[in-house]
Design a protein around this ligand. Structure first.
Ligand code: CO
Length: 139
């Protein structure tokens, strides 16, 4: 199998919080990150706030309902780093590569995430205990 896919960079780190309104002040005003607004991703039952510093980004993730995966994470872990997102130039190929390697997946198909990115989550059991998000910019 010929692999043409390129892995580009760490796109962002997702941090689970109980309330974006509570925590945005620290990241924006104290740390001084640039706040890029927030949006609700209904499918994932989450509100996402984007913060930028140079090339690097942080997503603050707030649950929008009690059955949100983020609500479950907060209950179990009390907040903190939720996932690390890896940007690739061909997410379909990246996902096929994971399947071929027998990796455990959260998403077996590519779906649409915040900012219209194409995304797929890889199970922490595959990656040494951290939830990974593969992402590709929309064209
Ligand atoms: Co993310």
């Amino acid at each position: 199998m010929v692999m043409n896919m390129a892995i580009e960079k760490i796109d962002h780190i997702g941090i689970a919080v109980d309330s974006i309104d509570t925590w945005i002040g620290y990241y924006r005003d104290v740390l001084g990150m640039e706040y890029g607004g927030s949006e609700v991703v209904a499918e994932q039952k989450v509100r996402v706030a984007l913060l930028q510093i140079g090339e690097s980004r942080i997503e603050l993730l707030e649950p929008t309902s009690a059955d949100s995966p983020i609500a479950g994470f907060l209950e179990k872990r009390g907040g903190g780093i939720h996932h690390i997102a890896i940007k690739v130039d061909d997410i379909n190929e990246a996902l096929e590569r994971h399947k071929a390697a027998g990796a455990r997946l959260i998403d077996t198909e590519v779906r649409t995430g915040a900012h219209n990115m194409k995304i797929a989550f890889i199970h922490p059991k595959t990656s040494g205990g951290v939830l990974l998000e593969l992402c590709q910019a929309p064209h």
